[in-house]
Ligand binder design. Structure first.
Ligand code: NAD
Length: 285
Protein backbone atom coordinates (compact mmCIF):
# COMPACT_ATOMS: atom_id res chain seq x y z
CA UNK A 1 0.00 0.00 0.00
CA UNK A 2 1.19 3.52 -0.71
CA UNK A 3 -0.42 6.14 1.45
CA UNK A 4 -2.34 9.09 0.10
CA UNK A 5 -0.40 12.22 1.09
CA UNK A 6 -2.60 14.69 2.93
CA UNK A 7 -1.69 18.11 1.53
CA UNK A 8 -1.90 20.44 4.52
CA UNK A 9 -0.46 23.30 2.51
CA UNK A 10 -3.34 23.13 0.02
CA UNK A 11 -6.01 22.76 2.72
CA UNK A 12 -4.51 25.68 4.66
CA UNK A 13 -4.45 27.82 1.50
CA UNK A 14 -8.13 27.06 0.95
CA UNK A 15 -8.98 28.02 4.54
CA UNK A 16 -6.97 31.25 4.23
CA UNK A 17 -8.83 32.09 1.01
CA UNK A 18 -12.16 31.51 2.77
CA UNK A 19 -11.12 33.87 5.60
CA UNK A 20 -10.25 36.55 3.04
CA UNK A 21 -13.78 36.31 1.64
CA UNK A 22 -15.39 36.36 5.10
CA UNK A 23 -13.41 39.52 5.91
CA UNK A 24 -14.46 41.26 2.68
CA UNK A 25 -18.10 40.42 3.43
CA UNK A 26 -17.79 41.71 7.01
CA UNK A 27 -16.15 44.92 5.87
CA UNK A 28 -18.83 45.51 3.22
CA UNK A 29 -21.75 44.75 5.54
CA UNK A 30 -20.52 46.19 8.84
CA UNK A 31 -17.34 48.18 8.17
CA UNK A 32 -15.46 45.90 10.58
CA UNK A 33 -11.93 44.60 10.01
CA UNK A 34 -10.79 41.79 12.32
CA UNK A 35 -7.91 42.80 14.59
CA UNK A 36 -5.32 40.50 16.17
CA UNK A 37 -2.90 41.70 18.85
CA UNK A 38 0.30 39.74 19.36
CA UNK A 39 2.32 40.27 22.52
CA UNK A 40 5.98 39.31 22.27
CA UNK A 41 8.05 39.51 25.44
CA UNK A 42 11.81 39.32 24.98
CA UNK A 43 14.05 38.50 22.03
CA UNK A 44 13.74 34.71 21.64
CA UNK A 45 14.79 34.16 17.98
CA UNK A 46 12.33 31.31 17.32
CA UNK A 47 9.46 33.35 18.82
CA UNK A 48 10.38 36.29 16.60
CA UNK A 49 10.12 34.06 13.52
CA UNK A 50 6.76 32.62 14.63
CA UNK A 51 5.38 36.09 15.32
CA UNK A 52 6.60 37.42 11.98
CA UNK A 53 4.93 34.50 10.18
CA UNK A 54 1.64 35.11 11.99
CA UNK A 55 1.70 38.82 11.18
CA UNK A 56 2.47 38.16 7.51
CA UNK A 57 -0.37 35.62 7.35
CA UNK A 58 -2.74 38.20 8.89
CA UNK A 59 -1.75 40.81 6.33
CA UNK A 60 -2.30 38.38 3.45
CA UNK A 61 -5.93 37.70 4.40
CA UNK A 62 -6.78 41.23 5.52
CA UNK A 63 -6.63 40.92 9.33
CA UNK A 64 -5.25 44.05 10.99
CA UNK A 65 -2.47 42.97 13.33
CA UNK A 66 -0.85 44.87 16.15
CA UNK A 67 2.53 43.74 17.50
CA UNK A 68 3.24 44.69 21.10
CA UNK A 69 6.91 44.15 21.89
CA UNK A 70 7.96 44.18 25.50
CA UNK A 71 11.53 43.84 26.77
CA UNK A 72 12.74 40.54 28.28
CA UNK A 73 12.85 42.38 31.63
CA UNK A 74 9.12 43.28 31.52
CA UNK A 75 7.31 42.55 34.77
CA UNK A 76 4.18 40.43 35.01
CA UNK A 77 2.23 43.57 35.95
CA UNK A 78 3.33 45.27 32.72
CA UNK A 79 2.19 42.31 30.62
CA UNK A 80 -1.16 42.14 32.44
CA UNK A 81 -1.67 45.90 31.97
CA UNK A 82 -1.22 45.55 28.20
CA UNK A 83 -3.70 42.68 28.18
CA UNK A 84 -6.22 44.84 30.12
CA UNK A 85 -5.94 47.50 27.42
CA UNK A 86 -6.40 44.96 24.63
CA UNK A 87 -9.33 43.29 26.41
CA UNK A 88 -11.07 46.69 26.43
CA UNK A 89 -10.17 47.57 22.81
CA UNK A 90 -13.21 46.99 20.56
CA UNK A 91 -11.01 46.93 17.44
CA UNK A 92 -9.11 43.91 18.76
CA UNK A 93 -10.87 40.57 18.34
CA UNK A 94 -7.98 38.23 19.12
CA UNK A 95 -5.15 38.41 21.66
CA UNK A 96 -2.18 36.12 21.43
CA UNK A 97 0.75 36.00 23.82
CA UNK A 98 3.73 34.31 22.20
CA UNK A 99 5.19 31.61 24.44
CA UNK A 100 7.56 30.98 26.12
CA UNK A 101 7.58 33.94 28.51
CA UNK A 102 10.56 35.08 30.59
CA UNK A 103 10.68 33.33 33.96
CA UNK A 104 9.57 36.37 36.02
CA UNK A 105 6.19 36.23 34.21
CA UNK A 106 3.75 33.50 35.24
CA UNK A 107 2.35 32.01 32.06
CA UNK A 108 -0.87 30.85 33.74
CA UNK A 109 -1.59 34.30 35.19
CA UNK A 110 -1.06 35.82 31.74
CA UNK A 111 -3.22 33.34 29.83
CA UNK A 112 -6.03 33.56 32.40
CA UNK A 113 -5.97 37.37 32.10
CA UNK A 114 -6.96 37.34 28.43
CA UNK A 115 -10.70 37.81 27.88
CA UNK A 116 -11.65 34.27 26.81
CA UNK A 117 -13.83 35.73 24.04
CA UNK A 118 -10.58 37.02 22.49
CA UNK A 119 -8.47 33.96 23.34
CA UNK A 120 -7.91 32.87 19.72
CA UNK A 121 -5.06 30.54 20.74
CA UNK A 122 -7.53 28.63 22.95
CA UNK A 123 -5.16 28.47 25.93
CA UNK A 124 -7.36 30.20 28.55
CA UNK A 125 -8.56 27.84 31.26
CA UNK A 126 -12.19 28.50 30.24
CA UNK A 127 -11.47 27.37 26.69
CA UNK A 128 -9.40 24.43 27.88
CA UNK A 129 -12.21 23.37 30.23
CA UNK A 130 -14.73 23.83 27.44
CA UNK A 131 -13.01 21.05 25.52
CA UNK A 132 -14.36 18.61 28.12
CA UNK A 133 -17.97 19.64 27.59
CA UNK A 134 -17.72 20.61 23.92
CA UNK A 135 -18.39 24.29 24.71
CA UNK A 136 -15.02 25.81 24.06
CA UNK A 137 -15.11 29.33 22.56
CA UNK A 138 -11.94 28.73 20.52
CA UNK A 139 -10.33 25.31 20.04
CA UNK A 140 -6.51 25.49 20.13
CA UNK A 141 -5.09 26.01 16.66
CA UNK A 142 -2.88 22.94 16.10
CA UNK A 143 -5.40 20.25 17.15
CA UNK A 144 -8.11 22.28 15.40
CA UNK A 145 -5.96 22.13 12.27
CA UNK A 146 -5.71 18.35 12.59
CA UNK A 147 -9.50 18.15 12.98
CA UNK A 148 -9.98 20.23 9.83
CA UNK A 149 -7.53 18.03 7.90
CA UNK A 150 -9.49 14.92 8.92
CA UNK A 151 -12.75 16.63 7.92
CA UNK A 152 -11.25 17.66 4.60
CA UNK A 153 -10.25 14.03 3.97
CA UNK A 154 -13.84 13.05 4.86
CA UNK A 155 -12.64 10.82 7.68
CA UNK A 156 -15.40 10.32 10.21
CA UNK A 157 -13.68 9.49 13.51
CA UNK A 158 -16.83 8.21 15.21
CA UNK A 159 -16.18 4.79 16.73
CA UNK A 160 -12.61 4.63 15.41
CA UNK A 161 -9.60 3.83 17.57
CA UNK A 162 -7.51 6.97 17.81
CA UNK A 163 -4.13 6.93 19.51
CA UNK A 164 -2.53 10.28 20.36
CA UNK A 165 1.19 10.08 21.09
CA UNK A 166 2.14 13.13 23.18
CA UNK A 167 0.19 14.61 26.06
CA UNK A 168 1.16 18.29 26.09
CA UNK A 169 -1.34 20.98 27.07
CA UNK A 170 -1.19 22.61 23.65
CA UNK A 171 -1.37 19.60 21.35
CA UNK A 172 -1.81 16.08 22.75
CA UNK A 173 -4.36 16.62 25.52
CA UNK A 174 -6.70 19.01 23.63
CA UNK A 175 -6.42 16.78 20.54
CA UNK A 176 -7.56 13.77 22.55
CA UNK A 177 -10.47 15.69 24.08
CA UNK A 178 -11.61 17.03 20.70
CA UNK A 179 -11.58 13.55 19.16
CA UNK A 180 -13.38 12.10 22.18
CA UNK A 181 -16.04 14.79 21.70
CA UNK A 182 -16.58 13.31 18.24
CA UNK A 183 -17.08 9.83 19.69
CA UNK A 184 -13.73 8.36 18.77
CA UNK A 185 -12.24 5.80 21.17
CA UNK A 186 -9.16 7.67 22.31
CA UNK A 187 -5.95 6.53 23.96
CA UNK A 188 -3.20 8.99 24.97
CA UNK A 189 0.43 7.87 25.16
CA UNK A 190 3.41 9.83 26.47
CA UNK A 191 7.05 9.37 27.30
CA UNK A 192 6.31 7.18 30.33
CA UNK A 193 4.09 4.83 28.29
CA UNK A 194 5.46 1.30 28.40
CA UNK A 195 5.60 -0.48 25.06
CA UNK A 196 4.30 2.31 22.85
CA UNK A 197 3.80 -0.06 19.88
CA UNK A 198 1.26 -2.08 21.87
CA UNK A 199 -1.01 0.98 21.66
CA UNK A 200 -0.08 2.48 18.29
CA UNK A 201 -0.75 -0.79 16.43
CA UNK A 202 -4.41 -0.56 17.54
CA UNK A 203 -4.87 2.88 15.97
CA UNK A 204 -7.15 3.47 13.01
CA UNK A 205 -5.96 7.06 13.31
CA UNK A 206 -2.55 7.77 14.81
CA UNK A 207 -1.77 11.37 15.80
CA UNK A 208 1.84 11.91 16.81
CA UNK A 209 3.03 15.03 18.66
CA UNK A 210 6.08 14.02 20.68
CA UNK A 211 8.97 15.98 19.19
CA UNK A 212 11.07 12.82 18.65
CA UNK A 213 12.29 12.19 15.08
CA UNK A 214 11.74 8.63 13.87
CA UNK A 215 9.64 7.72 16.92
CA UNK A 216 7.00 5.93 14.85
CA UNK A 217 8.37 3.09 12.73
CA UNK A 218 6.35 1.02 10.22
CA UNK A 219 6.01 -2.00 12.54
CA UNK A 220 4.19 0.27 15.03
CA UNK A 221 1.43 1.13 12.55
CA UNK A 222 -1.69 -0.85 11.69
CA UNK A 223 -1.99 -1.49 7.93
CA UNK A 224 -4.33 1.11 6.43
CA UNK A 225 -4.15 3.52 9.36
CA UNK A 226 -4.36 7.30 8.91
CA UNK A 227 -1.19 8.86 10.31
CA UNK A 228 -1.06 12.53 11.32
CA UNK A 229 2.42 13.75 12.14
CA UNK A 230 2.39 16.95 14.21
CA UNK A 231 6.09 16.81 15.11
CA UNK A 232 8.52 19.41 13.78
CA UNK A 233 12.18 18.52 14.38
CA UNK A 234 15.31 20.04 12.92
CA UNK A 235 18.01 17.42 12.31
CA UNK A 236 21.73 18.26 12.72
CA UNK A 237 22.01 18.43 8.89
CA UNK A 238 19.33 21.15 8.87
CA UNK A 239 16.49 19.02 7.50
CA UNK A 240 13.03 19.42 9.05
CA UNK A 241 11.32 16.11 9.82
CA UNK A 242 8.33 14.96 11.84
CA UNK A 243 8.08 12.21 14.46
CA UNK A 244 7.13 9.52 11.94
CA UNK A 245 9.44 7.56 9.66
CA UNK A 246 7.68 8.96 6.60
CA UNK A 247 9.34 6.70 4.01
CA UNK A 248 8.57 3.47 5.85
CA UNK A 249 5.16 4.36 7.29
CA UNK A 250 3.80 5.74 4.01
CA UNK A 251 4.12 2.20 2.59
CA UNK A 252 1.78 0.89 5.29
CA UNK A 253 -0.68 3.69 6.08
CA UNK A 254 -3.68 4.60 3.92
CA UNK A 255 -3.07 8.33 4.39
CA UNK A 256 -0.29 10.37 5.97
CA UNK A 257 0.68 14.01 6.52
CA UNK A 258 4.15 15.07 5.36
CA UNK A 259 6.52 17.28 7.37
CA UNK A 260 6.85 20.00 6.28
CA UNK A 261 3.58 20.69 4.48
CA UNK A 262 1.15 18.76 6.66
CA UNK A 263 -0.12 20.00 10.02
CA UNK A 264 2.30 22.97 10.19
CA UNK A 265 0.51 25.27 7.73
CA UNK A 266 -2.83 24.43 9.35
CA UNK A 267 -1.88 25.96 12.70
CA UNK A 268 -1.62 29.52 11.37
CA UNK A 269 -4.65 29.00 9.13
CA UNK A 270 -6.71 28.13 12.21
CA UNK A 271 -5.40 31.16 14.09
CA UNK A 272 -6.72 33.31 11.24
CA UNK A 273 -9.97 31.33 11.28
CA UNK A 274 -10.45 31.87 15.03
CA UNK A 275 -9.72 35.60 14.70
CA UNK A 276 -12.25 36.05 11.90
CA UNK A 277 -14.75 33.96 13.88
CA UNK A 278 -14.25 36.25 16.88
CA UNK A 279 -14.80 39.38 14.78
CA UNK A 280 -17.99 37.91 13.27
CA UNK A 281 -19.27 37.07 16.75
CA UNK A 282 -18.58 40.62 17.93
CA UNK A 283 -20.54 41.98 14.96
CA UNK A 284 -23.42 39.60 15.66
CA UNK A 285 -23.45 40.65 19.33
P1 NAD B 1 6.00 18.91 24.46
O1 NAD B 1 7.48 18.70 24.58
O2 NAD B 1 5.30 19.92 25.27
O3 NAD B 1 5.27 17.51 24.69
C1 NAD B 1 5.76 16.32 24.11
C2 NAD B 1 4.88 15.18 24.53
O4 NAD B 1 5.38 14.02 23.90
C3 NAD B 1 4.91 14.91 26.04
O5 NAD B 1 3.62 14.57 26.49
C4 NAD B 1 5.84 13.70 26.18
O6 NAD B 1 5.49 12.86 27.28
C5 NAD B 1 5.61 12.99 24.84
N1 NAD B 1 6.79 12.22 24.45
C6 NAD B 1 8.08 12.63 24.42
N2 NAD B 1 8.88 11.61 24.07
C7 NAD B 1 8.09 10.54 23.87
C8 NAD B 1 8.33 9.19 23.51
N3 NAD B 1 9.58 8.75 23.30
N4 NAD B 1 7.28 8.35 23.42
C9 NAD B 1 6.02 8.79 23.64
N5 NAD B 1 5.73 10.07 23.99
C10 NAD B 1 6.76 10.93 24.12
O7 NAD B 1 5.79 19.17 22.89
P2 NAD B 1 4.55 19.85 22.08
O8 NAD B 1 4.59 21.30 22.28
O9 NAD B 1 3.30 19.08 22.32
O10 NAD B 1 5.05 19.54 20.59
C11 NAD B 1 5.23 18.22 20.13
C12 NAD B 1 5.80 18.27 18.73
O11 NAD B 1 4.88 18.92 17.88
C13 NAD B 1 7.10 19.07 18.60
O12 NAD B 1 7.90 18.48 17.59
C14 NAD B 1 6.64 20.44 18.16
O13 NAD B 1 7.62 21.14 17.42
C15 NAD B 1 5.47 20.05 17.28
N6 NAD B 1 4.45 21.10 17.16
C16 NAD B 1 4.01 21.36 15.91
C17 NAD B 1 3.03 22.29 15.72
C18 NAD B 1 2.55 22.54 14.33
O14 NAD B 1 2.05 23.60 14.05
N7 NAD B 1 2.64 21.55 13.45
C19 NAD B 1 2.50 22.99 16.80
C20 NAD B 1 2.94 22.68 18.09
C21 NAD B 1 3.92 21.72 18.25
Amino acid sequence: MTAHIIDGKAVAAKIRGEQKERILRMQAAHGVTPGLAVILVGEDPASQVYVRNKITACREVGIRSELIKLPATASQAEVLKRIDELNADKGIHGILVQLPLPKQVDVHAVLEHIDFHKDVDGFHLYNVGGLITGHTVFPPCTPYGVQKLLEHEKINVEGLNVVVVGASNIVGKPMALMLMQQDATVCICHKKTRDLAQFTTLADILVVAAGVPGLIQPQMVKPGAVVIDVGINRLPDGRIVGDVDFEGVSKKASAITPVPGGVGPMTIAMLLFNTVESAERSVAA
